[in-house]
Design a protein. Sequence first.
Length: 319
Amino acid sequence: MILCVRFRLEPMWEVLLPRLVELLGEFTPTVETAPPCEALADVTGALRYFDRSPAELASVIRVRALALYGVDCVIGAGPNPMLARMAAGEARPGVTLVVEDPAAFLRDRPVVALDGIGRATARTLCGYGLDSVGRVADAPLAVLQRLVGAKTGRELWERARGIDRAPVVPNAVSLSAAAERSFPYDEIDRAEQRRALLSLAGELGARLRTEGQVCRSLAITVRYADRTTTTRSRTLPEPTAHSASLTSLAYALHDALGLQRARVRGIALRAEGLTDAEGAAHQLSLDPADEKARLIEAVADRARAKFGPRAVLPGSLAA
């Protein structure tokens, strides 16, 4: 049995996700993180060990998340990840939706509700009258493969019958990383906000380089005194973990918000589209200053690894 837990995290508090995943790890070691706010947990063994039903175990998880971190969640349960995610999408806060009969759960749903079925594929299927999951499940496999291709047709045929062969992969590589700063009071000074961005970009860059990753885009979230938030994102010219590049884009996103004496409570940065650094292409630069900055960055990383994260800081942050 798989649980899909979607924590109701505000954009500023996505950094709590690792702690919430650790909470799930107290029930099962097989937990897969899906940032910014979702996790899959294989609780097949936990149900037997704790002698509880999926709904009862989900209730314990929900209560502990609320008690320890003040975070509510919605939980769906099913025999595989696809059904668990679909159940979580329809579950209400405080109520766990458990899929016990996959065929009945799926039959009357539109075909676009299935994982991996985009609008183009759905239009093709609807053009032949296959507009519901039940009709797709009843169609011959050969017909589906002629319509959408051999591989896609096989996957569609299996999913329409509630079959999802994807395993829950513990410790899977995260697709995003976030860091946030909260101000002790409503901050209206633009210079202080930029100092926070400099610190956040440096923290994210160091974390990505340590883990051998690069990001494709960057998102900024600003939380105001009235608890509302604004989020903007932009793609980087090339995948990178270079702190200077992340800082430049963070400044550009901040400037684009046009904050004029806005009362800011906190700022968060999220690096998105993480990939392995070894597989990322890097455009060589003829600018000696860029090469020098990267060499200095590598030396600073070694110093931080040996003496701590504050061993080397930009001058504006050390003051």
